[in-house]
Design a protein around this ligand. Structure first.
Ligand code: AMP
Length: 426
């Protein structure tokens, strides 16, 4: 039988893994700039964590989770997002007791959602996310947003807009929930079954219904921003003021509610009109979650965070410099004796920190030169019978085409001198 990868998953082949590493490296560097440290949590968690954290009326929880029973009959779920795991770990490891009140974390890795696969949507995809836990301050909201904008700018994404909105605090949300119910009351029977459930349990979720999206009552539904308590309004005004001061452009998008339940106050999305992604693509988003930590059994500690889809970041950043991960040396032996020597030389070169490889296929020079080219080797090192006898190798610089006979014991010094002499051709 022929096997294929499960629907909605993709193999990252070795041709592309360099791009992934480059993206990961860039994200790590930016996080280090912001004093944000990495956190790694399990790929699967108790199902209950996600139903509790993400919300039992969200699409992610009701329709998209990969849930299974383990051998002891416990319900487990492959993580559909990263915040719940980080929040669980924060509580479980009592990280709130650390002397540094504001804890800043990032994560990256695979997430799983049972969605209909389509362009830009997979069942196993990757997210890069940041969580800043410990303070309710609008300064922290803005720090998270600036980090998000820095990432997309560093990747050279075109036509980026930061959309922001506020869902307010508990008081604002109560008032808003009532307003929404009142608005949809006359038409609730016309809406889909899911929306009728949402109406009772969590009317906010009606706004991201995919079935009733075109319903005329959706357009003129009330906006959260008109129901903010004094406190929530002051928080949001400060966020806007700080963004203005930093000259970060944004639009207030009153329709932005986000698809997960844990958000309060500020929510935001980074939307791109980059032609590579298609108009209006959401690269990522996030917001403040002030009750999540306490809902998971922790103290009353607020947080703010965001997540980007890494596949989308990659589409935007598809130009990689192949030369950059080229080999220092490709060793080309001709004949058995030369091959024995080649094996010794590659081992020695690798131990000295050079990237190198050798021909293992006993090919002629032509085939070996082709490989040197494909591997973007700086040097081709040719070892024929003559060279073995004379205890030398023939080093050809593939940039300058210059060839030199080099004594075995001088190989490392020769390469170093070549690079130091400005021959790194960068
Ligand atoms: P969310 O956690 O739903 O806010 O998603 C954050 C980001 O993750 C989105 O803006 C997308 O870039 C990415 N994303 C979410 N779901 C998928 C998916 N099924 N396939 C690929 N990327 C996704």
């Amino acid at each position: 039988m022929a096997y294929s990868a499960p629907r909605g998953t993709v193999d990252i082949l070795s041709d592309n893994s360099g791009q992934w590493q480059q993206l990961e490296q860039l994200l790590r560097t930016i996080c280090a700039n912001y004093n944000v440290k990495e956190m790694r949590t399990p790929i699967f968690e108790h199902t209950e964590l996600f139903t509790r954290a993400v919300g039992d009326t969200t699409d992610v929880v009701t329709k998209e989770m990969y849930t299974f029973e383990d051998k002891k009959g416990r319900s487990m779920t492959l993580r559909p997002e990263g915040t719940a795991g980080i929040a669980r770990s924060y509580v479980e490891n009592k990280l709130y007791a650390l002397p540094e009140k504001l804890q800043k974390y990032y994560y990256m890795g695979p997430m799983f959602r049972y969605e209909r696969p389509q362009s830009g949507r997979q069942r196993q995809f990757h997210q890069f996310g940041v969580e800043m836990i410990g303070l309710e301050s609008p300064y922290v909201d803005v720090e998270a947003m600036v980090l998000a904008v820095t990432v997309v700018e560093a990747l050279g994404l075109q036509d980026i807009t930061l959309h922001i909105n506020s869902l307010g605090d508990e008081e604002s949300r109560d008032a808003y929930r009532e307003a929404l119910k009142k608005h949809f009351e006359p038409v609730i029977k016309d809406l889909c079954y899911d929306c009728q459930q949402r109406y009772e349990k969590n009317p906010l979720r009606i706004l991201d219904c995919k079935v009733d999206r075109e319903h005329p009552f959706m357009n003129d539904a009330p906006h959260t921003i008109d129901y903010l308590s004094e406190n929530a309004k002051a928080h949001f005004d400060k966020v806007c003021e700080l963004l203005d001061d930093l000259e970060i452009e944004y639009v207030i998008d009153t329709n932005l509610v986000r698809g997960l339940d844990y958000y309060s106050h500020t929510v935001f999305e980074v939307i791109s009109d980059d032609p590579k992604l298609g108009a209006g693509a959401t690269v990522g988003g996030g917001g403040r979650y002030n009750t999540l930590i306490s809902e998971l059994g922790g103290p009353d500690v607020p947080g703010v965070g965001f997540a980007f889809g890494m596949e989308r970041l990659l589409i935007a950043n598809s130009d990689v410099d192949a030369e950059e991960d080229g080999l220092d040396v490709y060793v080309m032996p001709l004949g058995n004796e030369a091959k024995d020597l080649a094996m010794q030389i590659v081992t020695m070169l690798r131990a000295n920190g050079f990237t190198c490889d050798m021909d293992q296929c006993d090919r002629g020079l032509k085939g070996q030169f082709k490989s040197a080219d494909r591997f973007h080797a700086h040097f081709s090192m040719i070892i024929g019978e003559e060279e073995v006898k004379k205890e030398v190798v023939n080093m050809k610089c593939n940039h300058s085409k210059e060839q030199n006979e080099v004594l075995l014991e001088n190989i490392v010094a020769f390469i170093e001198a070549h690079y130091e002499g400005g021959h790194d051709h960068e």
